[in-house]
Design a protein around this ligand. Sequence first.
Ligand code: B12
Ligand code: SF4
Length: 462
Amino acid sequence: MIIMQKSASTNAPRAAARRSAAFDAHPAVVAARTRPPSPLPAPMSLAELRAIAREAGADDVAAVPLDHPDLAEETPHALAAMPAARTFIALVLSTHPDNIRSPKRSVANLEFHRTGHELDEVARRIALALVARGHAAMNPAMAFPMEMSSFPGRTWIVSHKRVAVAAQLGRMGLHRNVIHPRFGSFVLLGTILTSVEIAEPPEPLTYDPCLDCKLCVAACPVGAIEPDGAFRFSACYDHNYREFMSGFTDLLEEVAASGSKSDFRDRVPLHEAVSMWQSLSYGPSYKAAYCIAVCPAGSDVIGPFVARRADHLANVVRPLTDRVETVYAVAGSDAEAHVKKRFPHKRLRVVSSSLRPTHARAFFGALPLTFQRGPARGWKATFHFVLTEQAVEATVRIDDGALEVEVGVLTGDADVTVRTDGALWIDLVEKRRSAVLAVLLRRLSIEGDRALLDRFASCFPR
Ligand code: B12
Ligand code: SF4
């Protein structure tokens, strides 16, 4: 053994010299060394970037440096995707409003998919044009594919909305989509990460294109947009995204749980099964997007709304709100209450929550996304969680419809303190194990008013 090591170390310099000589003689290395060194790429003017983007097919473009203060949360994600990135280039492609507005939602879905694919192509063309000028550039997807290994956490590489707003291409509307001053809500957004610096800062957008008309609030079948601008993430995700990630896994679970063919048919109506087939074959179908469809903002769009508001309501808003359709909501959620109250003519279908944390830390991250204001109104309490093994401490405060989550600290006086191990807590939340048994086995301890824990659960229905 010792002899072999000695002989290997004696031969090592000779082997390295051979490898170096072979590298120097390699035809590609010889050719690269004979080419004159390329000059360091210079910063680009906004005018040149605009010309490249127009040529590639973009409807609007702007740029912001990676260290823009409003994008501090985005920068590490961008650098993880491309360490050489220095600039975000924000892109806009407009969609065709009449398609997005149609009560025939297959038409709207085709428009979203076609424009989305086109946007990815445009972004790639711009990235390649930048590379041809000596810069590094990459284009993350406008939507999918995403980094699904991070699901149910953040799966997207860059938040196009944040970049577009920082680049002054639009402002966040009441419906939490970016409204472009010209195309309004009828846009999809893209971002290119690049090493090139753009000489000029973005030109400021001097007004908010959102009219605060609240048509998006009125049109959303699950009440995902609150009049005060709060966005009920789970309402939108459970209904609009029924045929995306979680709805698909629900379908698989229904298959596994079905005792027979007829049992499966009872669980999953035929129209849902074929609709899922269509989503898998032709791209996932959104169930609504009515907030975008009814939005009258944007100088290209607003004319008819200003001239005859009643026509807009009759021709665009009412056909969507009157639509008889299946609406998906979790039992006990604000969305369920909303459908029953506002849209009794729609078919309510109760589903389980789409956001299922797999780790204690993710549980606390998901709380703001699944929080229901309705059951949280009229009472207040502070909860302390001490979850061992996955080592998470957290304080959760519910106060008359408002939620505050602090991860990593126990603050204030707790009305209830829960102690258990993280993996067991996830199993209890998912109802895979019995809380009574866990208490008896001393694996779960609850100090304080246990009834408050039931109230806590009602704010995050599953
Ligand atoms: C996550 C996501 C969603 C989520 C959350 C929507 C939202 N309001 O942010 C869901 C699944 C509900 C969704 C729905 C839709 N989306 Co979407 N979505 C995204 C995605 C991947 C990231 C959004 C983002 O930046 N979030 C972070 C911050 C900036 O957003 P926020 O509004 O402040 O945060 C809210 C939520 O995101 C959520 N949240 C915050 N942090 C986290 C972390 C995690 C892990 C999760 C799960 C959620 C979450 O909580 C906040 C308040 O509710 C982008 C694509 C991309 N790569 O950027 C498209 C994007 C935002 N979606 C888009 C569209 C078109 C839609 C739909 C219209 C789809 C449709 N055809 O029906 C609906 C509209 C719903 C609505 N009113 O917002 C467009 C918007 C274009 C525009 N004009 O702004 C984008 C930019 C795609 C694109 N390339 O154009 N979407
Ligand atoms: S529908 Fe009205 S309130 Fe909603 S985002 Fe558009 S302009 Fe703003």
